[in-house]
Design a protein around this ligand. Sequence first.
Ligand SMILES: [Ca+2]
Ligand SMILES: [Ca+2]
Ligand SMILES: [Ca+2]
Length: 178
Amino acid sequence: MKKSFFLLMTLLVLGLGLTGAALAICTDVVNSGTGFNDYRESYEDFSWTHNGVCPVGVKSANLSIYALDVDSSSGEVDLISAYDTTTSSWVNLGQLFGTSLNWSTTTFTLPSSLYDEAQSGLQVKIDIDSTNTNNTMRWAVEVGSSTLEAQCVPLPGTLMLLSSGLLGLAGWRRLRKG
Ligand SMILES: [Ca+2]
Ligand SMILES: [Ca+2]
Ligand SMILES: [Ca+2]
C-alpha cells in the first residue's frame, strides 16, 4: 500500500514534468487576414503578425510559409522578411520555393536576433516578385498560411519535476527489491 502510493506520487510528478517539457514547443499559425488565400501580384505585397510564443524564452525558431504557384524555377522571387524591433529594420529570411500551380512549404530558420520578437509577436512580410522593379504584372502567388514554431526555454520547475520523478522511480525500484 505504502509502496504503491509512493509509485503513484512518483508517476504524477514525472507526468507533470513530461507535460511541461512537451509544452516547451510553441506554435502560432496565421491563415487569415489581408493577403491570405488571395492570389496577389508584384505590387500587392502584404504583411502579417504572429502572436508571441514561449512564456519564458525562445531557444530556436523557424517560420514555414505555405504558398501556391511559387514559380521559383522559372524566375519568380518572392522574398520573406521579418521585422527586428531591436534594430528597427527588416531582416531578409530568403525566398519561397515551389513550382507552377502547386502548393509548397518553405521553412526558414530564424536568426537569434529575432528570438525576442518571436516571443513578443513577430511581424512578417512578403515581397511578391521582388526583382520586378517597375511594378508591372508579371509573377503572382497565393499565401495559404504562415506557421511560427519555436523550441522554448522550459518553464521554471519543469526540470525539477522531471528529475524528481526520475529519482522517485529509481527509489521505487529499490523499495520493490528491498
Ligand atoms: Ca513586390
Ligand atoms: Ca530582436
Ligand atoms: Ca506564380
